[in-house]
Design a protein around this ligand. Structure first.
Ligand SMILES: [Zn+2]
Length: 200
């Protein structure tokens, strides 16, 4: 039996989500149509609002609704200290550690030439420009310890060296090959306090 075209296209649409195959997509569509019409309308509204209204902060590349995100706008934060992370989830994890009062730079990925992700895709040209402006005193690398994380860290290290900015790297407690978002707040706080100068 084939679905009605609208049901079919709803199922199809859900499969764009990470980790959602045809079966889960079908379950989601049925659930909303059967018992969650209001939830479904809210979901549709939230999706449209976010897709139209969310952009990247011009300073740190994190998600923002205005030119600057709330962290970059906050005058109480130390603009001389910038933590380099791979994703907005990592910013959240570090914020929840309660330990960090500096700014961020969010790469929205890691260097991965085979997947076509080079320095430009990660905004590293923007970072280079910011490093040369002279306001940044220290970079903290928190790009994770995967192969891509390592490659990214070394690229950023070279940029910082050229600009004469010191670089440290969080280390303790962050598992090898691990992603920051899965590390608990206490461990991250510890990792930030125990950061070490980074060099090759
Ligand atoms: Zn920002």
């Amino acid at each position: 039996m084939k679905h009605a075209p609208l049901v079919e296209s709803l199922i199809e649409a859900f499969t764009c989500l990470p980790g959602v195959g045809p079966r889960s997509a079908q379950r989601m569509a049925y659930a909303l149509l059967e018992r969650g019409r209001e939830d479904g309308r809210q979901l549709a509204g939230a999706l449209t609002a976010a897709m139209d209204g969310v952009r990247h902060c011009q300073r740190c590349r994190n998600y923002a609704e205005h030119d600057l995100c709330p962290i970059c706008q906050d005058p109480r934060r130390d603009a001389g200290l910038v933590c380099i992370v791979a994703s907005p989830a990592d910013v959240l994890a570090l914020e929840q550690s309660g330990e960090y009062r500096g700014h961020y730079f969010v790469l929205m990925g890691q260097l991965s030439p085979l997947d076509g992700i080079g320095p430009r895709e990660l905004g590293l040209d923007v970072l280079e420009q910011r490093l040369n402006e002279g306001q940044i005193q220290e970079l903290i690398l928190a790009t994770g310890t995967t192969v891509e994380g390592e490659a990214t860290a070394h690229y950023v290290l070279d940029l910082a060296r050229e600009a004469g900015v010191s670089v440290s790297r969080i280390a303790q407690g962050v598992p090898m090959g691990g992603d920051l978002e899965f590390v608990d707040g206490a461990t991250l706080a510890q990792a930030l306090r125990g950061r070490r100068p980074f060099s090759t």
